[in-house]
Design a protein around this ligand. Structure first.
Ligand code: ADP
Length: 451
């Protein structure tokens, strides 16, 4: 039952309820009409038997019977008997064996074969002759046939009514639940497209679902305003911090240029310089991501020699890798050109390579690959370092997420991969990570050549 949709559940419920009501109504109707038929047979029988006593006369020493007695009007047969049961006149239905004892004015039923007979005897006095019995017999067949017709009609009508109820309740439920589907679709779109500007916009209906949709839209307004404010705040803060941090960086550089610095001061300023550079990097990444969120980050598309760019980035990363005796091997297909933003693409390569070195093992290897196939450029960065735990893998793209904080270096911020993914998406590409803890990680991106 859990997996059935609300629409189906309501349809089933309505159908069951309606079927129950229909069954009850039909049973009532059935029993009422059977009673009605029975009572009409009984009253007709009484009428005819009582009026038959006027059709018998004694004249000139013999009994005279009116021809009315022969009529089988209303399906009722009349016959007349002497007090001792001797037959005098009249008819009984064929197949009715006239063996019942007489009983005055009592309506009795008599079942013979498949037929039920209704029998009424009247003990009456014929002037100058004496008492006789008038017997009226009605065959139940007619009444039973009526009943069978009603039963058959009910049996055909029942499933039809159930089907009709099911169809009607399905369409009614679908119509009633349409606003709920709209709400679900809107939420799904918001989740999928990460676009908080979407609204349900159900209109001016008064029922609870419309109220829910309006409340939902109001809530989205508030969330969107909050998010905008937060993005603006991040952007403003990063922007404001950039100038003093650049000044600090410049100041450190100038101080370090002084050859007369004593060792202790030099090492102190070098430490400060490293921290300020880390700050500057983080601020620039934050600024870029917040601009990207606001749709303000410019992407300058131009034709780029991607092979040459990759080669250059690999050369630049060699120094950093050298410090940990990591060898970077590059397998770059020459002459690959794509349309993209050069600065952003360099940033993307650098972030991937820095991570491969940062989380690689001393004396290990990093493999960089670039090739073109079927209109797509496939790039890979593979290391044999610490790897990423499966539970962390889906979350490494989140901002400020660091899989293993104990092993993350002080110069890492958790923003690098968020930026990589944004850059890849801005170039209409995809990126994925595979990793085995203790064995290494591999990042593979796919970019369309023409875009
Ligand atoms: P960080 O500045 O911490 O490197 P990133 O966004 O670049 O931030 O990466 C997020 C997290 O993903 C890192 O903290 C690290 O735990 C994990 N990670 C990224 N690249 C690798 C890699 N090549 N090997 C192992 N872990 C990695």
């Amino acid at each position: 039952m859990k997996k059935i949709s609300l629409k189906m559940k309501l349809t089933l419920l309505y159908t069951l309820l309606m079927s129950g009501v229909v069954v009850i109504i039909l049973i009532l109707l059935f029993s009422l009409s059977s009673r009605q038929i029975l009572s009409s047979v009984q009253s007709r029988l009484r009428n005819r038997v009582y009026s038959a006593s006027d059709d018998i006369e004694y004249d000139n020493g013999r009994l005279d019977f009116d021809s009315d007695l022969d009529d089988t009007e209303w399906g009722i047969y009349l016959s007349v008997y002497q007090e001792d049961g001797t037959y005098l006149y009249g008819r009984t239905p064929t197949g009715f064996s006239n063996t019942m004892a007489f009983s005055d004015n009592a309506l009795r039923t008599f079942r013979q074969g498949n037929t039920t007979y209704y029998v009424l005897d009247l003990y009456t006095y014929v002037k100058d002759y004496g008492n006789v019995y008038i017997r009226g017999v009605a065959s139940g067949t007619d009444a039973e046939e009526d009943m069978i017709i009603i039963r058959n009609a009910a049996l055909i009508l029942m499933p039809l009514m159930v089907l009709l109820t099911a169809a009607l309740s399905y369409f009614m439920t679908r119509y009633t639940l349409r606003p709920v589907s709209r709400i679900t679709e809107t939420v799904q779109q918001i989740c999928l497209e990460k676009d908080l500007s979407k609204r349900v916009h159900l209109g001016e209906g008064k029922d609870e679902i419309y109220q829910l949709a309006r409340t939902f839209d109001d809530m989205l307004d508030q969330v969107e305003t909050g998010m905008k404010r937060e993005k603006q705040f991040t952007s403003d803060v990063s922007h404001e911090l950039r100038t003093p941090v650049s000044a600090m960086m410049l100041q450190c550089e100038e101080l370090l240029d002084d050859p007369d610095l004593d060792e202790k001061t030099r090492s102190g300023i070098t430490f400060l310089d490293q921290k300020v550079r880390y700050l500057a990097r983080m601020i620039s990444q934050l600024l870029m991501l917040s601009r990207a969120d606001q749709g303000r980050q410019k992407v300058q598309m131009e034709s780029v020699d991607f092979s040459e760019m990759t080669d250059m980035v690999v050369q630049e990363a060699q120094d950093m890798a050298q410090e940990r005796q990591i060898r970077i091997q590059a397998d770059i297909q020459p002459g690959i050109h794509i349309t993209g933003d050069e600065t952003l693409l360099i940033r993307m390569w650098m972030n991937l390579l820095e991570n491969a070195v940062r989380y690689g093992k001393d004396g290990g290897h990093v493999h960089v690959g670039l090739s073109e196939k079927d209109g797509f450029v496939i790039g890979t960065v593979e290391d044999d370092g610490i790897g990423i735990a499966p539970e962390d893998l889906p979350r490494i793209w989140e901002r400020f997420y660091q899989a293993d904080t104990s092993r993350s270096r002080s110069d890492s911020s958790g923003l690098g991969l968020s930026m990589v993914r944004w850059i890849i998406n801005a170039h209409h590409g995809t990126i994925q990570a595979e990793s085995a803890p203790g064995k290494g990680s591999r990042f593979t991106f796919k970019l369309p050549v023409g875009k």
